[in-house]
Design a protein around this ligand. Structure first.
Ligand SMILES: C[S@@+](CC[C@H](N)C(=O)[O-])C[C@H]1O[C@@H](n2cnc3c(N)ncnc32)[C@H](O)[C@@H]1O
Length: 266
């Protein structure tokens, strides 16, 4: 198990925690809808609004084939299927995330429009020219070898296809120390600058490249997410121990401090 899969095997948000939350609201598994899951299964900033923005930017339309790279618990994949009518494949490196995504998808009966594969985004074992769109939310920071990541992305997309992703962006002043803290606390293995990203995607062959800084509008959300993680104290300690809980919350506080200092944008 590498640092990334270890991080996600011990993550405060997981399939069981989502089902427990719904059970606490009085919703048993057989009554859960995709919309119920969507309130808890989005492991990225901005939740469904952020996914809508990506989907609208990419003009995702009914019947399109979409690859959701680093799909986690499958929240984005399911949403693109039920809201936009896409046929989605979610890919993730962490086996328990893929198992959780499959199980949640079956619970809501969406297995015909969404399926998941275990795989490394920088070495995709998928057919070339097979997707209309590729999306990824809040995950590329875990992937140090980005040239193969974008080369694979380009290869699996059909001609005229499109890619859209959200990620952390390093600004001047992001120190070596801060990068190390993010590596230790979040398994963030590389945080690229906007210029590095532009070079990477254009080198892979993508054209019409655009970027939007969402830090200001997402700053409030980050504070809310920190409070949500703090509210999971008892469950997180019971599942993974006090040290894991403290480490996660401390890292999150540090992350928000870096956003406020302007050394990191999202
Ligand atoms: C913050 S989660 C985001 C999950 C999902 N995109 C979402 O927004 O709900 C990051 C995910 O990236 C996955 N991941 C990290 N490195 C990966 C890689 N090289 N290939 C595929 N998945 C990877 C992790 O296992 C984790 O599930």
């Amino acid at each position: 198990m590498n640092a990334v899969t270890r991080f996600y095997e011990n993550h405060p948000i997981n399939e069981q925690q989502i089902l427990d939350k719904l059970a606490a609201e009085g919703i048993p598994p057989e009554k859960i809808t995709p919309q119920d899951l969507s309130r808890f299964d989005q492991d990225h900033y901005g939740g469904l609004d952020a996914t809508d923005r990506l989907a609208e930017t990419l003009d995702i339309a009914p019947g399109m084939t979409v690859l959701d790279v680093c799909s986690g618990m499958g929240g984005t994949s399911r949403y693109l299927a039920y809201r936009y009518g896409a046929n989605v494949v979610g890919m993730d490196l962490t086996e328990s995330r893929v198992e959780g995504a499959r199980s949640l998808t079956e619970i809501v009966g969406m297995q015909d429009s969404v399926r998941y594969v275990v795989g490394d985004a920088s070495d995709m074992q998928l057919d070339p020219d097979s997707f209309d769109r590729l999306v990824s939310q809040e995950a590329f920071l875990h992937i140090p070898n980005r040239e193969p990541l974008f080369a694979c992305s380009y290869r699996v997309l059909k001609r005229g296809g499109g890619i859209g992703f959200t990620d952390w962006i390093a600004k001047d002043g992001l120190s070596v120390n801060a990068r190390q803290r993010f590596a230790d606390g979040f398994a963030a293995r590389d945080i690229a600058s906007l210029e590095q990203y532009r070079n990477l995607v254009t080198k892979a062959g993508f054209v019409d490249v655009a970027a939007t800084d969402l830090s200001v509008e997402w700053r409030e959300i980050l504070g809310q997410r920190l409070e949500m993680y703090r509210s999971l104290e008892a469950e997180t300690i019971a599942q993974f121990g006090q040290e894991r809980f403290n480490g996660f919350v401390d890292s999150y506080v540090f992350f928000i401090e870096q956003i406020d200092a302007g050394t990191l944008v999202t």
